[in-house]
Design a binder for this molecule. Structure first.
Ligand code: 5RP
Length: 227
């Protein structure tokens, strides 16, 4: 499902000569692979910027040259994954740990295209996935107390017995809201003013389209699912 959605999105949105953002995660992997085919087999000339060190390495492995985001102007399109997609195409991202660079790249992108299997579709954000919040290491427990006051249960993300460290050198708290997130714009505004918060995983009014595959292999764009 991830592969089918990712390849369909690349084929629909990536054109020769474009500036392209490369997402992070297991679904974005297939998009990077397909973009690599366009470059190495179809002769596309693309200028690509990555949302993580991991994706940059994957892209290079597929024969894609990756440039610094600051060496390009606007990106025409970015193909990235998501952890939750609500009916308004608002998202939770960051379970793969790349939310900060993903948000910077998304902000530099004209068309942010989200690829996913249909398990990522939710009626309300925060009902399946926790909300990842990237925080500075300095004083991170104080930051987590402030996050908790927003009605969630923050858990420091761990890997191999140590706190997970992002590409930016920060920690992540995965914040579970017991009843989901009723007003994501309000929660985002509250979280963003907490000292020590670097970025949150709410991507609101960011996605231009979502390309989703169901277990039968049917691919739908957002406009087709509404119909
Ligand atoms: C990484 C992300 C990913 O796009 C998100 O976690 C989805 O990953 P996957 O496609 O592996 O389910 O936001 O920070």
């Amino acid at each position: 499902m991830k592969r089918i959605a990712a390849e369909a999105a690349v084929d629909a949105y990536v054109k020769d000569g474009m500036n392209v953002g490369l997402g992070t995660g297991s679904t974005a992997y297939y998009a990077i692979r397909r973009i690599g085919q366009l470059v190495t087999e179809n002769g596309y000339r693309l200028t690509c910027a990555a949302t993580s060190i991991q994706s940059e390495e994957i892209a290079k492995g597929f024969g894609i040259e990756v440039v610094d985001i600051d060496s390009v102007g606007k990106l025409d399109v970015t193909i990235d994954g998501a952890d939750e997609i609500d009916p308004k195409l608002n998202l939770i991202k960051g379970l793969g740990g790349a939310l900060l660079r993903e948000k910077i790249v998304a902000a530099a992108t004209v068309r942010e295209i989200i690829v996913a299997d249909d398990s990522k579709l939710v009626e309300k954000l925060g009902t399946k996935a926790p909300l990842p919040v990237e925080v500075l290491k300095f004083g991170h427990e104080h930051t987590s107390f402030a996050l908790k006051r927003q009605g969630c249960e923050p858990v420091l993300r761990m890997r191999d017995g140590e706190p997970f460290v992002t590409d930016g050198g920060n920690y992540i708290y995965d914040c579970r809201f017991p009843n989901g997130i009723d007003n994501p714009y309000f929660i985002e505004s509250r979280i963003d003013v907490i000292p020590g918060v670097v970025e949150n995983g709410l991507f609101l009014n960011t996605a231009f389209d979502t390309v989703v595959c169901d277990p039968e292999g049917n691919v739908s764009k957002a406009s087709e699912r509404e119909a």
